[in-house]
Ligand binder design. Sequence first.
Ligand SMILES: Cc1cc2nc3c(=O)[nH]c(=O)nc-3n(C[C@H](O)[C@H](O)[C@H](O)COP(=O)(O)OP(=O)(O)OC[C@H]3O[C@@H](n4cnc5c(N)ncnc54)[C@H](O)[C@@H]3O)c2cc1C
Length: 496
Amino acid sequence: MMTVKKHTRILPVLMCAVWTCAAEQKAALTCDVAVIGGGSAGFAAAWSAAHLGSSVILVEKESMLGGTSTLGGVNNWEPGMGGTGVPYRVYQRLRQIPGVAGVYRFDRHLAWRKPWEKYTFPGGMIETDPCVSYAHTLRRHGPGMGNEAWFREHCRGVIFEPDAMAETMLAMLNETGRCRVLLNTAFCEARHADGTVSAVSLSDGTVVRAKIFIDATDAALCAQLGCELMTGRDRRADFNEPGAPPEPLMRLNGATLMYRITPLAKNEPDLIEPLPEGIPEKCWWQGGFPVAFVGQYPKGGRFVNMLPTMRGEEYLELGPEKAYAECRRRVLAHWHWYQKNYDEFRRFRLKSIFPVMGVRETRRVRGEYVLNQRDLIATLANQKHDDIIAIADHPMDNHGGGGPSGELKGPYGIPYRCLLPLKTTNVLIAGRAASFSAIAASSCRLSRTMMQLGQAAGTAAHLSCSGSVPLREVQASEIRRVMAERIDQFVKELAE
Ligand SMILES: Cc1cc2nc3c(=O)[nH]c(=O)nc-3n(C[C@H](O)[C@H](O)[C@H](O)COP(=O)(O)OP(=O)(O)OC[C@H]3O[C@@H](n4cnc5c(N)ncnc54)[C@H](O)[C@@H]3O)c2cc1C
């Protein structure tokens, strides 16, 4: 059973939702697992718990699923280990729809410019390559993008149309027959005592009671429970990280407002779109316009990912609405600069500006374990944890947030304890606000890693409900066994 109140396609206009909590209370809904937030992590958590047999309610404040990976315009999965579970299923579904998803390879990169080349491309460009399979997207660690031959050969990712992604997520949840999706509905308030949540109330007055609650937002639920939150760069002594500053620093990864461009028809003349009144030609927020990562969709058209549009601290200071309005001006200026200075962009026009800001970092919740730089350095082979439920190998990558950056020597594991907020009993945190140090978060925030965390959280929640076992007593080995079984079963289904 599915409740879809309104579905809005991604439009070339700013859609801004302001949520207020309804005073009027509706009848309570009851389920085994309530998931707050329907981004990559929340979707995977809801699907996994429902697919395994739990009744699930997924609450999402926007009009469609996918969060940053759809409405935020991050329509690609970078290369990385661990994408064999839920992301692989999603990819297989997307591939059944012609022209909406494909595997990309790097075509150009600023770092590969030869000294004798006159033309400087301002960033990196990826192109869909029909000859490359999903399996080639499942590794990242290695010498890095400075090594052109290696990077071209090994670093492939996935690119997809956002509407198709959101619709596929919704269809997959629907097909479980056990997940009710509440779109356009925000989580407002939690009823809780001693770290146990009994119910949450939503923006339309609905009350949801559940045995387990999964916070897959930027910690909206955990913040209300009074969980310890971490923001900015952690002090070196906190987690004994060699790359952390001696004292805490309020520096965050930059935020990006993504935009989309579309090719002109063959008979249209070259175009430089004029700047709207009041927007300067010169970059006014830093020394020069930022470089960008430009990605080609399977059917043509490109997304443009400025690196970044706004400092993370500025985003927090301004708040989402003011930050969006300012970033929209920056996008228009950036696009004008591209067209004026780089001929190839005169064969495109601006199609849309994504309706939600891409926010890389806000706050993180302290859990039973905090993943940190020492885990990334140790790699899976040397980590001592026996509760690893996800793996990743993306470089440390902080987009202006300061701190260490660079490729890793191998994959590392993320322990189940990172999903268990301290001083709670029936709550899991999945997604980019899970228990990571700032340095670890700069590596493991990728969409497919978030899906892995969601999958582990949904599996743990189901095991807890079905076996009447407290979350902290669910065995990570059992979570891994169930997740692996699902992958084997899916691979068999594909072969049939
Ligand atoms: C600019 C940018 C570029 C990136 N590039 C890449 C890349 O190339 N490849 C890659 O793999 N990853 C990339 N990432 C990282 C990745 O996209 C994100 O970390 C990931 O998508 C986060 O997923 P999530 O589920 O944790 O959070 P989100 O996608 O942010 O989902 C959270 C959801 O919770 C909802 N929500 C919030 N509050 C409430 C509430 N009160 N009630 C109900 N719902 C609520 C939100 O609407 C949202 O849908 C990038 C990120 C950014 C910002």
